[in-house]
Design a binder for this molecule. Structure first.
Ligand SMILES: *Cc1c(COP(=O)(O)O)cnc(C)c1O
Length: 457
């Protein structure tokens, strides 16, 4: 008999979590203005709000932290981190930042100006924010198929080469770079193929443009290339990672995802001019160049995390857990963005809460219902996250309206996945009775989903 699959690690330290009653949760979510970001973590039983900074570090990472060099300038820990990034990506220049959005802020301060157009595949919300706040445009060139949540495609995060070509033909003068997000978070944690990265490179070269990889989940993207793309099954994750980055000019990185650290990020590039330009903004925004917002100990932990998480077994354990949850949802007929992405399941709220009008935010309503059901905290990736159009100030209802259930790395067991699946089934079973959603009582101008105050209708 073939042995079943099991995790490639065992547990050395545990953190207790607590259940609550429905009555308690009703009060807590009301006090939180129906915004799960406003809940306290003790009010949550299973926390799937994000996989960002929520992973469990390994014993090797904790051990490395003891070796942190906290020197202000020239810390050994910086050079350890830089060496690992050089080796994995081939990028020579490295600037640490306190997280991914800080990397965007520093690099874009150098590269993006008013009137610019930055084409890419479904820019992440902070990426979009950093482009739009500079009065530039984030132009989404993702393949149309990504919008059809039920279509099974191996690389649903891809850039549409025709859309990109058109963007370059029309705006070449105003395009500072192209940005490709791997994996494509906003479209459902969907990977981008190596073939697609090659096509983007070829188009960029034709117009003399550079390519940035928004790399938060680059290792998961490499896993999907290895397991889904022809010609890569025998290649190691590290070889695939090196090839991906060989097709780009630089990267912004949120190390809180595939770096498996709780805080951190960086910029890396092969171009001295980008490095020199970004340096000028690193010092006032983040700090001196050999720490840029990170502790020495955190740079050590990140160096180990990057190395560990570009090994197949670690990624296989992680992605199979996400697929396990997806299989449980399939059992119950619950629709989600197919195929399951690398870090999360994106449940298609518009197909479940069909009686809730889009103006009342179905995905946010589903997020609230799942919390009330079992204390599980997901996150809306939908019409609230989409913000308003910067010109018309209208809500943007053009995209997907999803409930994202993130799976933190190396944190929960498959028993927790079972609880999530059954809780969602219970909500799903009474979906017809849910006819009203929420209205916005207060919102911020940009990235409103973190602080929005809602009223239940
Ligand atoms: C998380 C993330 C960011 C921003 O990184 P932070 O560390 O949260 O600041 C940027 N892009 C993508 C694709 C991300 O997933």
């Amino acid at each position: 008999m073939e042995l079943p699959f099991a995790e490639s690690w065992k547990i050395k330290m545990v953190e207790p979590i607590r259940k609550s009653t429905r009555e308690e949760r009703e009060q807590w979510i009301r006090e939180a203005h129906y915004n799960v970001f406003q809940l306290r973590s003790e009010q949550v039983y299973i926390d799937c709000i994000t996989d960002s900074g929520t992973g469990a570090m390994s014993d090797r990472q904790w051990a490395a932290m003891m070796l942190g060099d906290e020197s202000y300038a020239g810390a050994k820990s910086f050079f350890h981190l830089k060496e690992v990034i050089n080796r994995l990506t081939g990028f020579e220049y490295v600037i640490p930042t306190h997280q991914g959005r800080a990397a965007e802020n520093v690099l874009f301060s150098h590269l993006v100006k008013e009137g610019d157009v930055v084409p890419g595949n479904s820019h992440f919300d902070t990426t979009k924010g950093h482009i739009e706040s500079r009065k530039a445009t984030a132009l989404d060139c993702t393949i149309d198929e990504a919008k059809d949540t039920q279509l099974e495609l191996p690389f649903k995060g891809n850039v549409d080469p025709a859309k990109l070509e058109k963007a370059l033909a029309e705006h070449a003068e105003n395009i500072p770079f192209i940005i490709v997000t791997i994996t494509n978070n906003t479209a459902g944690g969907q990977p981008v193929s190596m073939q697609n990265l090659r096509e983007v490179r070829a188009i960029a070269d034709r117009y003399g443009k550079r390519v940035v990889l928004d790399s938060a989940r680059f290792a998961e993207n490499a896993y999907f290339i290895k397991t889904r793309e022809e010609g890569y099954s025998d290649r190691s994750i590290k070889e695939i990672v090196a090839e991906m980055f060989s097709l780009a000019d630089g990267m912004t990185m949120s190390a809180k995802k595939d770096g498996i650290v709780n805080m951190g990020g960086f910029i890396a590039t092969r171009h001295e001019d980008w490095y020199e330009g970004a340096k000028r903004f690193c010092i006032p925004f983040e700090g001196y160049l050999t720490y840029g917002g990170m502790n020495g100990r955190d740079m050590e932990a990140l160096a180990v995390g990057l190395d560990e998480n570009t090994e197949f077994d670690n990624l296989d354990t992680r992605i199979r857990q996400v697929q396990y949850l997806a299989a449980r949802l399939d059992e119950f007929g619950i629709p989600y963005q197919r195929p399951a992405g690398g870090h999360a399941i994106f449940v298609d709220a518009s197909k479940i809460l069909t009686n809730v009008p889009k103006e009342e935010f179905p995905a946010q309503t589903l997020t609230i219902e799942l919390y009330l059901e079992a204390g599980i905290r997901g996150c809306e990736i939908g019409y609230i996250l989409a913000d308003r159009d910067p010109v018309t100030r209208e809500n943007r209802f053009g995209g997907l309206d999803l409930l994202r259930l993130c799976v933190p790395r190396r944190v929960y067991t498959n028993n927790h996945m079972d609880v999530i699946a059954v809780a969602l089934k219970n909500v799903f079973d009474r979906r017809e009775e849910i006819t009203r959603g929420v209205r916005i009582a207060w919102e911020a101008e940009l990235m409103r989903h973190f602080t929005v105050k809602l009223e239940r209708l």
